[in-house]
Structures are given as C-alpha cells and as structure tokens.
Ligand binder design. Structure first.
Ligand SMILES: Nc1ncnc2c1ncn2[C@@H]1O[C@H](COP(=O)(O)OP(=O)(O)OP(=O)(O)O)[C@@H](O)[C@H]1O
Length: 551
C-alpha cells in the first residue's frame, strides 16, 4: 500500500475541523486496508509507530531532521532552519523546499506504508557510536524518495507532531464506523490494550466479538482511572451510599505488573521505570504472591518517617545512575490502593471486592509496604470521614480520595466515581506553547509563558500568560528549554513546540475572547514544572469549562 494514499488522508483530515467529517474520512480509508496494513495505519494515524503503552520513541531531534531535509533537497541546514522559522513548522517548510528541489532522485520508487513504518521503527533502535550517521542515512532514504506532501507528513511524524487534529476519540470512532461496531466496545478495547494496531486489526478480523475479548495483560500498562474534584463530603456521601475513603498521598502513582517471574513498574503515563526502583521490585517479589497481577498504589519519599514533597520522589524516579545511593538517601514508602488483575482480570469487580482481594494478597509486615489508610464511609459516619481528612492533612498528606465502593475500574476515565478532596485549591496542568522575553536586564529570559489546554482533537488552545511564581533559577531553566524547543521568534515573542507542562493555580476562570479557548484565568501562578507529565497529560478544555460552570 502506497504511503502517498495515507498522506492524502492526512491532508483531508488536516483540511477539516469537523469531527464527523474526520470520522468519515478515517472510516472510508480503513475499509480499504488489509489486516497487516490496518495495524500500522492505526498507529500512524495517531502520529507514531509504537503503541501508547510502549516507552519506545522515534527519538530524532528537530536539528537532525533539518539536516536530512537539507541533504535531500540539496540545500544547507541553515536554509531549512530559515524555512522552518518562516513557515512555523517543519512540514510546511518541506512543502516549500521540495517545490524548489534541485536534487533529482534516480530510480525512485514510491514509498510504501510498510517501508515507512519499518524505517521509523528502526530509527528508535539505533544507538551508540556513529549513530547519527546511521540515522541520517535512514532519514535520507525516506526523504529523498518522498514527494512534497509525503515529506511534509514524514517530517512531522518523525518530530512527533502530526498536526492533523486527530485524537484517540476520532480514531476510535473511525474504527467503529468502518466495521459497524458500537463505539463503547472499541473504546474499551483501546483503554485495555492502549494499542490502536491491535484494536484496528481485531476490529477488521473479528469484529465486536473479538474486541470484547481483548483484556488486560500483566506486563502491558493500562491507562489509570482518574479522579474528579469532590463536592463537600456531606453532599457526596449520601449520593454514593457506600464509599471507600482513603488518604490521598502526594507521591507518584505506580502500576506494578507481575507476569511470570517478571515484575515491571509503570508511571501513570505508562512509562516503564522499573530500573529506577529496584527496592520496590524487591518489595513486590517478597510481600505479594508469585502470581500474575496488576496492582496500583502511590509511592512517596520519606525522611525520618515523614513524607517529603512530591519533587523528591520525582528525582528518585528520574535517576539513571547512582540508584543505590539514592535508595539510602530517599527511603520510599508504598501505599497500595487497587488491584486490576489477580490471576484474572478484576476491573469489572466492584471496588469493595477489589479492596478485599488487595488486603488478602499484600503482606504489610514491613514498614515500606502498606495499604492506603481507608475507612468505609456511609451517611452514618460522616464525622469519621471528616476526621480521616483532618488526620491525613495533619500527617502532611494531600487530603482524601472518595471512591464509590460499588463501581468497576474504568481505565483512562476521569469520572464521578473516584473523587479527590484536597486542602489546597485546584490547579490545572497546562502546556507551554510560547512566551514573551522580558525587558531591559531581563531581556535574556522568557518571563511570561503562554499556556494552553488540550481540546477533544488533541490540539492545544491558549488560555493565559503565566508570569508569577517562578524564581530566577526556574526562569533560567525554562528559558533554556524554550530555546531548545523554539519554532520561531519574532521580536520578544517566542513560539515553542508543546512539550513543557506547568501546574497552574489561579483565582478564577473568566470569559476572554483573546485566548483560543474563549476563557482565561485571573491571577495565574506557576506552582510546579510537571516533569512527570507530557503533552498527553495536559488538562482538557472540557475540564476548564466544567470548572467554570462549577464556580
Ligand atoms: N489513596 C489513593 N487512591 C487513589 N489515588 C491516590 C491515592 N493517594 C494518592 N493518589 C494519587 O492521586 C491521583 C488522583 O488525582 P488525579 O486523578 O486528579 O491525578 P492528578 O491529575 O495527578 O491530580 P493531582 O495532581 O491532584 O494528583 C492519583 O493518580 C494518584 O496518583
């Protein structure tokens, strides 16, 4: 199957903002594909060649792509860089450069989806000495055979920014429509496997029945169930009837998988961090049965028995070297709160049953291994729930979680069945898409950051400029990062690739036509750089709107 056909689909998708049209385009295209190709296209439509659960990435920097483009079209990297600055993106720059292409390719064959897919996967595996040359030669093989539009989307895929306004939702709807399957069935299959290649292929070969059979597999991470902000305890508990109320710990959420004798640890972004936490692997090996399981919990860093701020645990997890030393300096403590799989999938069981299973399988006789502190809350013991909240705060934790005891585990959903009740006001995680350099002495620093939220098509929409809450060292760090991610700079305004996530607090959400969301924030303050989060974890415009309605 020719790559150009997929590229025509990309162009059609980019040309419309209407969700139904996008769904129709995808569905019509998918119907034409065989089982092998549809698996690849399932991933390529989302701009990648690895499933969402995989930590593999193409891993090619913008500069290297610019070098390869320069060579492919017979110009200099500086000219390519200029074109990127003028056009605002490597893809559009390619369209311009390829129209003036001086290099002729002899015996050029059309690119196929198979070849593109295999080459992009190969790129991620190259490391070590002379790796740059080997990467360039793979890039050149692709780019010298590419048409202008192929080069546009190839370079965007390689730099991991496809920009066709297609999120998981549209791909899911496209698959559902192509094979006449209920959207909810496709969605569930995607949430459980996190792999559009498996979902698309199964939909084609086995339809709804095959998709319904897909389930969790220990070893493959699943998107976690997320929490909404809780209304007052006195309101929500009568509504839920029976709730499991637990201390909310301020650490990092871990999903721990055992498959045979292998234990793997993933973050909530499905990143494999097993290597950074050897003592946690050991704890699981020793204090849980040697059965296949998927268990979730929060890990916190402690000193003298007291919890340390979240940043400390982040440093532990990010560490690649001197892990042993860090183990001594930052002792970790685990608080397990859910089990998704034990010998068999458990997510459809009510939370109360899952909690009972967890209590039966975890040996908490060692200080580091714990279950989350919990009580069963009902309208009759609201005072005890309030007491749990107070004691959690007094012990320097964040607050409490309030979870409906009768509910299943729904991966990837931020629903009403799992709530958080915190002492601190709510914040939103936003992505930096640009900024403004300061004036005078501060002229070298980006002092004000244009932040954005994710819409339903995974496009970033601006919300506010945040300029408060940063010390000089952080300003310096952010400015350096922004320069690395720079797309263009005009005057004092810089535009960057959306990669850095900031946690922003604010006093109020207000309507504002100046920003793309149509809303803005009063008194935005940067609380943290969320190095543990990426573009996919950025909060949504929908969430902003629901907070606006709530205020
Ligand atoms: N007992 C607990 N049960 C469930 N989650 C817990 C618990 N203690 C701490 N947590 C953490 O709280 C998070 C739930 O809040 P939420 O879904 O809003 O995640 P978040 O976006 O990281 O928000 P926050 O920044 O408030 O933690 C979980 O992902 C988990 O990391």
């Amino acid at each position: 199957m020719k790559y150009q056909e997929l590229v025509d689909v990309y162009s059609a998708l980019e040309a419309t903002t209407k969700r139904l049209e996008k769904t129709e385009i995808i569905s019509e295209y998918l119907k034409k594909l065989d089982a092998d190709t549809i698996g690849k296209v399932g991933l390529l439509l989302r701009g990648g060649v690895f499933p969402a659960w995989s930590s593999e990435e193409i891993g090619i920097g913008a500069k290297l792509v610019e070098r390869a483009v320069a060579e492919a079209v017979g110009t200099t990297p500086a000219k390519v860089e200029d074109a990127v600055r003028d056009e605002g993106d490597i893809g559009l720059a390619c369209v311009k450069l390829y129209s003036n292409k001086s290099q002729m390719t002899f015996f050029s064959q059309p690119l196929t989806i198979d070849f593109v897919f295999a080459s992009l996967q190969k790129l991620s595996k190259i490391s070590g000495s002379r790796s740059t040359n080997r990467k360039i030669s793979i890039l050149l093989e692709l780019l010298s055979q590419a048409s202008a539009t192929e080069a546009k989307y190839l370079t965007r895929t390689i730099t991991e920014e496809l920009r066709i306004g297609v999120g998981d939702g549209v791909v899911r709807d496209g698959i559902a429509q192509a094979f006449d399957i209920d959207k909810a069935i496709v969605e569930r299959a995607q949430m459980l496997t996190n792999d559009f290649s498996v979902v698309a292929r199964t939909a084609l070969l086995e339809g709804a029945e095959g998709l319904s059979k897909l389930n969790l597999t220990p070893g493959t991470p699943v998107k976690p169930m997320l929490a909404q902000l809780s209304p007052p305890i006195t309101e929500i508990i009568p509504e839920m009837g029976t709730a499991i109320c637990e201390t909310k710990y301020d650490g990092i959420r871990l999903q721990v998988h055992r498959n045979g004798s292998q234990i793997k640890i993933f973050t909530r972004r499905l990143e494999n961090i097993t290597h950074a936490l050897p003592e946690i692997v050991e704890l699981f090996d020793e204090y849980l049965p040697h059965e296949d399981y998927i268990v979730e919990g929060e890990v916190i860093a402690t000193r003298d028995g007291k919890p340390l701020p979240f940043q400390n645990i982040l440093h532990r997890v990010r560490r690649k070297y001197n892990v042993e030393e860090a183990m001594e300096n930052v002792p970790l403590k685990l608080y397990l709160f859910d089990v998704l799989y034990y010998k068999e999938p458990m997510i459809d069981e009510p939370l109360m049953k899952r909690r009972e299973t967890l209590e039966n399988i975890v040996d908490t006789s060692v200080d580091a291994m714990n279950l989350s502190t919990m009580l069963v809350g009902t309208p009759e013991n609201i005072d005890e729930i309030e007491e749990l909240f107070n004691s959690s705060i007094a012990a320097h934790h964040e607050g409490i979680m309030i979870k409906d005891a009768s509910e299943p585990y729904i991966p990837g959903i931020r629903g009403k069945k799992m709530l958080k009740y915190k002492a601190e006001p709510e914040t939103l995680d936003m992505i930096i898409i640009g900024g403004t350099y300061g004036i005078g002495k501060r002229g070298d620093f980006v002092g004000s950051y244009l932040v954005a939220l994710r819409d339903e098509d995974d496009e970033f929409k601006s919300v506010a400029y945040a300029a408060t809450g940063l010390d000089d060292a952080t300003l310096e760090y952010l400015t350096k990062k922004m320069k690395e991610l720079e797309i263009s700079t005009k005057g004092r305004e810089i535009v960057v690739e959306p990669k850095i996530v900031l946690e922003i607090a604010f006093s109020e959400i207000v309507e504002s036509p100046e920003y793309e969301t149509g809303y803005s924030l009063r008194f935005p303050v940067v609380k943290n750089i969320r190095k543990d989060k990426g573009p996919n974890d950025v909060d949504t415009v929908e969430r902003l709107l629901s907070m606006y309605d709530a205020q």
